[in-house]
Design a protein around this ligand. Sequence first.
Ligand SMILES: Cc1cc2nc3c(=O)[nH]c(=O)nc-3n(C[C@H](O)[C@H](O)[C@H](O)COP(=O)(O)OP(=O)(O)OC[C@H]3O[C@@H](n4cnc5c(N)ncnc54)[C@H](O)[C@@H]3O)c2cc1C
Length: 299
Amino acid sequence: MNLFNQLSVALLPFVPKVIVARFAKPYIAGEELSSAVVAVKFINNDGALATLDVLGEDITTREEAIASREECKRVISTITENALKSNLSIKLTQLGLKIDAEFCRSNVEEILSAANARNNFVRIDMEDHTCTDETLSVFRAVRKNYSNVGIVIQAYLRRSESDIRQLIAEKANVRLCKGIYTEPLDIAFKLKTEIQQNYLRLLRMLLEARMYVGIATHDDVLINGARTMIRDLGYRKEEYEFQMLLGVRTEKRKELLREGHRLRVYTPYGKRWYAYSVRRLKENPQMAGYVFKSMFGNG
Ligand SMILES: Cc1cc2nc3c(=O)[nH]c(=O)nc-3n(C[C@H](O)[C@H](O)[C@H](O)COP(=O)(O)OP(=O)(O)OC[C@H]3O[C@@H](n4cnc5c(N)ncnc54)[C@H](O)[C@@H]3O)c2cc1C
């Protein structure tokens, strides 16, 4: 990464929101559910599936958590009404995890109940390491009553191998990603190659156990590794899926679809787009550089 882009990434939180909004556009389906419906229709027309996400994490009041829960239920019914090929992804901090884990669990159960009634599925995203244990325990608690729920494991966490072992024993539905939060060295791998190796090790464990895996990555090393494992283990198309983020590597997405893989696009929408957008821009240092150039008239 060149020095200018590196500096731009570090200074992103100080950029005015209107400028961030301009560059974040490709990553967000809009502020309203109606815009997200249009985006999912385009995704479905291309032969891909979607997972809708209502933006907004780290809320601080019960009222906000309840509002998020109700919006998630609206998403579930809207998916059915519009015959969209989509499920829902949720973040537990948005549903009250940091306020009261039991309150959060009951909010998740309400969403799962609505999804279950419409034969749909809900994925619980994984947030930073301060949420990992509680997220897994809410997942396990709701799974006693609902089977239409999956979890996410982050390959950058050193603990993930042991979590995966347990999730295999529980026959859970897992999305495997690298992980996006800045975590301390004692609990997380930092080198890109170490994270890739761990990702491939965990993916092999899941696939050899014949688990349904959401292979969430845009990294060619991981995509190629996954292609090889899927082929060698004789996986059928309906036994796994690739997953990508809206606005990232659209050509790669089309290539995987042409090869006949099932592929799901993570499609976030909502008024609380800022935190998600900054994370995406930080992953794309060149874009972070453009953000800064645009502030000074060179964009
Ligand atoms: C469907 C899905 C769900 C996810 N859910 C979670 C979750 O619950 N918890 C969590 O911590 N993380 C989640 N992530 C984020 C994930 O952990 C990574 O941060 C992110 O996917 C980037 O990792 P990568 O494997 O694509 O590899 P990278 O090495 O980061 O990216 C590979 C290549 O993809 C391209 N690319 C990647 N990101 C961008 C971008 N923003 N803009 C432009 N190009 C880009 C670049 O060409 C890059 O070289 C999710 C990712 C996906 C795809």
